[in-house]
Design a protein around this ligand. Structure first.
Ligand SMILES: C[S@@+](CC[C@H](N)C(=O)[O-])C[C@H]1O[C@@H](n2cnc3c(N)ncnc32)[C@H](O)[C@@H]1O
Length: 236
């Protein structure tokens, strides 16, 4: 996933990047580290409604890139976010699937915040492999159907004056951490990732039930995690 971003960065120096739904920055942290080591980024702005995650990301940036670039992490929703800056790259990394509505408004807002030639990088899961089970889990437990890349295709095809390209990235997820009988904090973290909710909220019996759910669907402890990356630009 980083490689695709580095290709964009190679085309422009001193990039200003906005990440919408930056959260803990699992993806943003290595990206910012790598780009700042190469001198390719001048500013990073994150925006997220999760204050706890924002503070952890802020601390990481303070400890690692304080003297190398200007950064800020804002505690607000993208709906309320306003900024005079124009960006070279606006990231939505696994964010659209958490919105109950408003994806088209978000895209239009981001398109209006791009510099000339700037791009939106949008990562969205395919409804397949691990994501198929995540969707099943969400539907059974919360009666909601997550947004997948097929929905993004439909949305992008309905928008005028943009061009986009898509590539599929086939990640892999190792389930062996949760295969142990003891569910330690690292295993709980992985379960949170798998079901996309904070698994620390569950008691031990519930944790084991979720664990068995995922182990029950995969025999060899590895499961594919397919994601589509969309690169979107204004056209005309
Ligand atoms: C799966 S996380 C992705 C985090 C991050 N991009 C990463 O790669 O680690 C999705 C994030 O979207 C954030 N989010 C959800 N609704 C939002 C909104 N209306 N405005 C800003 N962020 C939002 C959540 O708080 C969460 O941190």
């Amino acid at each position: 996933m980083l490689d695709a971003m580095l290709k964009i960065a190679g085309a422009s120096r001193e990039m200003k990047i906005l990440s919408v739904g930056s959260g803990l920055g699992l993806f943003e942290r290595p990206l910012v580290l790598e780009l700042s080591a190469l001198g390719l980024i001048s500013q990073f702005t994150g925006v997220d409604i999760n204050r706890e995650a924002n503070q952890l990301l802020r601390t990481f940036l303070e400890q690692n890139v304080q003297d190398r670039l200007h950064f800020e992490v804002r505690d607000e929703s993208f709906e309320n976010f306003s900024d005079q800056d124009q960006y070279d790259l606006i990231l939505f990394n696994h964010v659209f699937e958490y919105l109950s509505a408003g994806q088209e408004r978000w895209l239009n807002k981001a398109l209006g915040m791009l510099k000339t030639g700037g791009q939106i990088g949008l990562y969205s899961p395919l409804h397949d492999e691990i994501n198929f089970y995540y969707a099943k889990f969400q539907e059974e437990l919360f009666k909601r159907s997550p947004y997948f890349s097929a929905d993004i295709d439909g949305l992008l095809n309905s928008l005028a004056k943009i061009k986009f390209e898509r590539q599929t990235i086939m990640g892999k997820c190792d389930l062996s951490l949760i295969a142990r009988s003891e569910l330690d904090p690292a295993a709980t973290k992985l379960l949170s990732f798998l079901c996309q909710i904070d698994a620390r909220e569950f008691d031990s019996a519930q944790l084991h039930e979720i664990r068995d759910y995922f182990l029950g669907v995969e025999a060899d402890n590895w499961i594919a995690h397919p994601t589509d990356l969309y690169l979107i630009q204004q056209s005309g």
